[in-house]
Design a protein around this ligand. Structure first.
Ligand code: G6P
Length: 610
């Protein structure tokens, strides 16, 4: 949510900043801006809209400067216009900042600053931080101190970069609650919200901690807490490659990521699944092995798509390990007094590892003395670093705002955890082997579904005039119904609701008429017949039925207007296959309707505000 980048080094900065913003545009695209230090003054160019709009205004020949900061915004305070765009300046235009996060006490700070004669131009909370730093500089005449004092006064969260004409060869970065990664290159430093903006320059990075500042000059860098205590940081290596954050010939990141799923699913179990032994090896859980062995209850918490995979995880873990599992939205978990005991395990699932509510749920878990385990994609992210133990899903960078490959990889890891716990308890080796063998098949089976993309595209085209969709499934496929509906809403702006199929009778059935497409996930399992009854109920009301069905089920053509077949697998892995046609259907529908698939309106990939 908002992407920021700062650069100091030996190359011309304007192109570097714009490139960095493009790499982080998935974090927000309401406005974009740059501040470049040139000839003793700060040149700021900012514009509402996407980075491409800003790029038209930046004349690279105009700047020889090698130091600057930049921002791409997801609006919280103040509408997304040119004035509210970042960077923001202090009253005297000598200091410029870019900020990701929320300054919660901005109103009182602003009032105090206005009383002292300082002026403001925008409606944003971030400008208050810029003006406050300026006011403090007027007093202490030292940028580092001014920033430090300001950060001790503000409440809320920040990822921050500060540039000033007072100390022109310096960028000060800081973090509390919003990610900041510092890239250490040859004669250059680049600091950003995400390693994606850094990898072109260097693979060596430091992940700043909460309440930590980095002071970057042309000669080196220093890190300190905002209480002025020196800190030391481990230098990490970025694990992904540049190609992974490019479209590789696909028209959209989302389509690329859908098509990556055979590989990403395989990467999630690689080296962990011991299929011939019916068991798994999960190094990331070693530290929590004892707690897992004695766990009486597991709570899974997450947001968005990750919450849907959590629901699948609930069914899998309860089935394989016979441990009671509850699933809760992280935003609810953190604000109600959820009873938690030392023997409880809380699993936090997050693609980005930065979702504010999920991170807060992890803190709450630790505060109450329970064990927190992360299922995270982004290496080095806040959730990955704050949990007691965890498993990376290894899906590689996910850039499309609508999550796809992370969902299937999360289910993969949840199935591995189910097997791990199950084999610790009563799950037989033969059952473990059966599930392991099914898991090995999944990548090829996903491939088979992807080969039907033209068929799915043709079907999607038939429904572009529909304004509502209903998605229904039962058992393991109920969360798939929710996820299918979410994908449709997110990128095509068509209203879609997911429901447990049998619950349809308690409300949604009232909506059904001959204009209403109803997507059933009706794979052959023990409740197949019940789902067929639900299909009949829709047919009787002239609803249009789209069925995701198991290969070989010829009967279903008698009940459904359109059938997409998926290969057979064990019921608990069906969601991984059933979701693929739904991802493709939402994608093709959105493309057909002319929507911006990778950057749907109002959404952001990484939600670092509450
Ligand atoms: C946002 C994204 C979703 C994502 C959700 C949770 O809403 O647009 O795609 O599922 O956040 O994100 P996380 O990174 O915690 O999985």
């Amino acid at each position: 949510m908002c992407g920021i980048v700062g650069y100091i080094g030996n190359q011309k900065v304007s192109g570097i900043l714009l490139n960095g913003l493009k790499r982080m545009e998935y974090r927000g695209y309401d406005s974009a801006g740059v501040s470049i230090l040139t000839d003793g003054s700060i040149e700021t160019i900012k514009k509402s809209g996407k980075v491409a709009q800003l790029e038209k205004l930046v004349d690279h020949t105009q700047f020889d400067s090698t130091i600057g900061i930049a921002h791409t915004r997801w609006a919280t305070h103040g509408e997304p216009n040119d004035i509210n765009a970042h960077p923001h300046h202090d009253s005297s235009n000598k200091i410029s900042i870019v900020h990701n996060g929320i300054i919660e006490n901005y109103a009182i700070l602003k009032k105090n600053l206005i009383e002292k004669g300082y002026t403001f131009r925008s409606d944003t909370d971030s400008e208050v931080l810029a003006v406050l730093i300026g006011a403090l500089y007027d007093r202490v005449k030292n940028m580092e101190e001014a920033v430090r004092y300001a950060l001790n006064e503000v409440e809320g969260t920040y990822g921050l970069c500060v540039l000033s004409v007072y100390e022109p060869d310096k960028i000060i970065a800081a973090r509390r609650g919003s990610p900041m990664v510092l890239g250490i290159g040859e004669g250059e430093y680049i600091v950003a919200s995400d390693a994606a903006a850094i990898i072109q320059h260097t693979r060596q990075v430091i992940y700043l901690s909460d309440n930590e500042m980095a002071i970057l000059t042309r000669d080196g860098y220093e890190t300190k807490t905002i209480k002025n205590e020196k800190t030391t940081n481990t230098i990490h290596e970025i694990e992904f490659d540049l190609e992974q954050i490019e479209k590789a010939g696909f028209p959209h990141f989302m389509l690329k990521e859908i098509f990556e799923q055979p590989d990403t699913f395989r990467d999630s179990f690689r080296g962990r699944l011991l299929a011939d032994k019916g068991n798994v090896k999960l190094g990331g859980l070693t530290q929590a092995e004892e707690q897992l062995r004695k766990a009486k209850r597991i709570l899974i918490t997450a947001c968005g798509t990750s919450w849907h995979s959590a629901l699948v995880g609930e069914y899998i873990i309860e089935n394989l390990a016979q441990i009671p599992v509850e699933v809760e939205y992280a935003s609810e978990f953190r604000y109600r007094n959820t009873p938690l005991y030392p023997d409880d395990i809380v699993i936090a699932i997050s693609q980005s590892g930065e979702t504010a509510d999920t991170l807060a749920a992890v803190y709450e878990t630790k505060q109450k003395g329970a064990t927190a385990i992360g299922i995270v994609n982004v290496v080095g992210s806040s959730i990955a670093r704050s949990t007691d133990a965890g498993i990376y899903i290894h899906a590689g960078p996910e850039i499309g705002v609508a999550s796809t490959k992370a969902f299937t990889s999360q289910i993969c890891v949840l199935a591995l955890i189910g097997l791990y716990l199950g084999r610790m308890k009563n799950l037989s080796q033969s059952d473990g082997k059966r599930i392991g063998a099914a898991m090995l098949e999944i990548p090829n089976q996903i491939e088979q579904i992807l080969n039907k993309s033209d068929e799915i595209k043709a079907m999607a085209k038939k429904f572009t005039k529909s304004r509502n969709f209903l998605y229904l499934g039962r058992g393991y496929n109920f969360p798939v119904a929710l996820e299918g509906a979410l994908k449709m809403k997110e990128i095509s702006y068509i209203h879609a609701e997911g429901y447990p199929a049998a619950e349809m009778k308690h409300g949604p059935i009232a909506l059904i008429d001959d204009n209403m497409p109803v997507v059933f996930i009706a794979t052959k399992d023990e409740i197949y017949e019940k789902v067929i009854s639900n299909i009949q109920e829709v047919r009787a009301r002239r609803g249009k039925v789209i069925a995701i069905a198991s290969e070989g089920d010829n009967d279903i053509t008698n009940y459904a207007d359109h059938v997409i077949y998926i290969p057979n697998t064990v019921p608990m892995l069906t969601p991984v296959l059933a979701v693929i046609p739904l991802q493709l259907m939402a994608y093709y529908m959105a493309v057909e309707l002319g929507c911006n698939v990778d950057q749907p309106r109002n959404l952001a990939k990484s939600v670092t505000v509450e």
